[in-house]
Design a protein around this ligand. Sequence first.
Ligand SMILES: Cc1cc2nc3c(=O)[nH]c(=O)nc-3n(C[C@H](O)[C@H](O)[C@H](O)COP(=O)(O)OP(=O)(O)OC[C@H]3O[C@@H](n4cnc5c(N)ncnc54)[C@H](O)[C@@H]3O)c2cc1C
Length: 383
Amino acid sequence: MKRERDTDQQILEAIDRWLERQVAGKVARLEHDDVYPAEMVGQMTKLGLFGATIGPQYGGLGLPAELYARIVARISEVWMSLTGIFNSHLMMSLLVEKFGDKKLKTRYLPKFAAGEIRGGLALTEPNAGTDLQAIRMQAVKEGDHYVLNGTKTWISNGIHGACFAVLAKTDPNADPRHKGMSMFLCEKGPGFSAGRKLEKLGYKGIDSAELVFQDYRVPAANLIGGEEGRGFQQAVAGLELGRINVAARGVGVAAAALAEALRYSQQRETFGKPICEHQAIQLKLGEMATRVEAARLLVRNAAEMYDRGERCDMEAGMAKYFASEAAFENAHEAMRIHGGYGYSKEFAVERLYRDAPLLCIGEGTNEMQRIIIARQLIRRNPI
Ligand SMILES: Cc1cc2nc3c(=O)[nH]c(=O)nc-3n(C[C@H](O)[C@H](O)[C@H](O)COP(=O)(O)OP(=O)(O)OC[C@H]3O[C@@H](n4cnc5c(N)ncnc54)[C@H](O)[C@@H]3O)c2cc1C
């Protein structure tokens, strides 16, 4: 047990060193210019982050969700965009590891873990995000291949990624609709290309793009799980870990906003004293710190349940909802504490303010999270 804790500590220290030496000083420029952080991606590969949650038998680190979440929170304190680059990739990897057959796993997982092939998860379409069962992408079987046609949008790593888990309809007339959905592992090639890079408010550096499929042929062996009609359940099964991840990002952004506000409020003076001595600012700091602490505990709770193999959709939803709102509120308050300087591009708080809203949208909007929490509450507490 002690050894394990030492190892965890070593991993966290290696991440901290990297963030301090290689990342912190470069974020502002890369972020404002919306430049893909290629050098940092190379360093993340060496740190093993592209295999963080993949099993050691495939060359991954096999980290538990609890430690993974702490890593994600730390990186997000410095630059949240970086976590999207490996997390989307790990969501794709999770589907292969959890549902793929032996052949698919041995073919892809070692390359995913080494960061040799990187990619993401392609669910959303121009007409369907929350209502995933309304997607239009079709996969039609032709011999030992499926032919895919359609467009995905908002896909993280869309330009720089090479391989994606893609949700498509194999039976558009199925009733219920989810029974007609299947997940395919698709490598870029003839008929599958990235469309335009989408311009965003924040979450810069990482490429969000449209993916276009025109008569793209994928081997039937790349149908994840080997059976049609499982895609929707597979997508949903990945969401618990996905939500823990987004929640951990929320912890990081909320903590960063608090740290910036704490520092600034002790430096800036008005009416002869540091602004942190004004009660109005203290009320904000007190609320911000409490949100960070509560968000951290909710994330830890959900991650520990996940690691114990317990059902944690409600807890992951609570963590995601609370921590992303904490990031949003803390970023806003940090900006107000900075006064006019909070509106300046020279201070980090304006980036946090632009990054935070994404966390309320991605991996299931916060409107949906509350509905999911309530449904589970009712199901777990029948009268
Ligand atoms: C930067 C970024 C990166 C992304 N990365 C990826 C990615 O890598 N892969 C991927 O597949 N997708 C990705 N997405 C897409 C993201 O998952 C969707 O944007 C999200 O699921 C919401 O879907 P939508 O945008 O279609 O909104 P809609 O589904 O159209 O929702 C619009 C509004 O209606 C609300 N709403 C919808 N239905 C209900 C309901 N039943 N009850 C109450 N309220 C409801 C929503 O909460 C929201 O407020 C990304 C998005 C962004 C912005």
